[in-house]
Design a protein around this ligand. Sequence first.
Ligand code: FES
Length: 104
Amino acid sequence: MKVTWKLPDGQEITAEVANGVNMMEAAVANNVPNVIGECGGNLSCATCHVYVDDAWADRTGEVDDFEDAMLDVAEAERRGTSRLSCQIEASDDLDGLVLIVPQP
Ligand code: FES
């Protein structure tokens, strides 16, 4: 699948991501700034926080209780479309996904 990260400075990074890889791993592999993934995808850091583009917000699944709690302590402002990107897994259904990287 293809995913695009929109950066705070207006630049975009688009990459091909294999199914099953999560969006934090994909961001790190593609040098997307400000998506760190400090805890390695264990839902304990919130450094993988992104905003899902409105058009995709309904398609990236539900926020569970652990993710919800971590989003509350994310550094950037929490919005309705906030997600921890380690909790979004690449799949054919998400081909074309757009993620917005918060301002650091
Ligand atoms: Fe730590 Fe996502 S990488 S919560």
